[in-house]
Design a protein around this ligand. Structure first.
Ligand SMILES: [Zn+2]
Ligand SMILES: [Zn+2]
Length: 255
């Protein structure tokens, strides 16, 4: 698998970190993990094949994770590049995904569901194993962030494994869910003294990494307060037991 970070930031406008979006190449095709408004343009900037994107995963319905979905579908409906596409696009997320898209659609009769190619909206339950792409197995895990927020575990035919926490508060269940994965992509919204319970700060993120023992971890969804923090130095203080990488827009990793 291959991961490209499109947006390592949050909903707060930032000059270097755009909002949540991660491109994952798997043995069965490409998956866009979350779809912020900025990430749809970031895909093109990274010269990734947005025309042939196979699947989208929406972790929850905060706008920094799903606000680009309707604009993306507006683009694929009208762009010359997508008119000859025949393969389906599958969009996965929690219950409520279809309702959200319908609400966008009806706001101005965009016709977002009438695409040049088949469009499938698939709502998944936590802990239900599903095939996100041919041969690529996925499972969602409910996280303490919103009622509908989910982490996702992905295994492709190469046997490599990947977990994306998306937004979450601390929960040891997530560490079990991500146990020994090749790459753990985890939120670490705050450095310390976090103002809300439903996100992680560095000590909590490293605690989860130490319990999960992934091959490598990437910390993302970084609020602007991280701008003046020496990431590597602060991470080292907690002895995470594996390589912990600070996400940035454009980071590319082989899994
Ligand atoms: Zn977020
Ligand atoms: Zn959120």
């Amino acid at each position: 698998m291959k991961l490209v970070v499109l947006g390592s930031g949050t909903s707060v406008p930032h000059s270097k970190r755009s909002s949540s979006g991660y491109w994952l190449e798997t043995s069965g095709g490409s998956i866009l993990l979350d779809c912020s408004a900025s990430s749809i343009h970031r895909i093109a900037q990274e010269k990734l094949d947005w025309v042939n994107l196979d699947a989208v995963w929406i972790s929850h319905f905060h706008l920094d994770h799903c606000g680009g979905l309707a604009p993306y579908l507006f683009g694929t409906k009208h762009a010359p590049d997508t008119q000859s596409r025949t393969k389906p696009l599958r969009i996965f997320g929690a219950n409520g995904l279809r309702k959200l898209l319908e609400a966008f659609d009806q706001a101005n009769n965009y016709g977002l569901f009438e695409q040049p190619f088949p469009l499938e909206i698939i709502e998944v339950e936590p802990l239900e194993v599903f095939e996100i792409l041919p041969g690529v197995e996925a499972v969602a895990l409910s996280t303490p962030h919103t009622e509908d927020s989910n982490a996702i575990h992905i295994r492709d035919t190469t046997g490599k494994t990947f977990v994306y926490s998306s937004d979450t508060g601390p929960t040891d269940v997530l560490a079990a869910f991500a146990r020994k994965v090749d790459l753990l992509l985890m939120e670490c919204s705050f450095f310390k003294n976090k103002p809300v319970k439903t996100h992680l700060e560095l000590s909590e993120a490293i605690h989860l990494i130490r319990k999960a023992e992934p091959g490598r971890a990437v910390l993302t969804h970084l609020y602007p307060e991280w701008d003046n923090v020496n990431f590597d130095e602060e991470v080292r203080k907690f002895s995470p037991m594996c390589e912990v990488i600070e996400a940035f827009d454009g980071l590319r990793l082989e899994i």
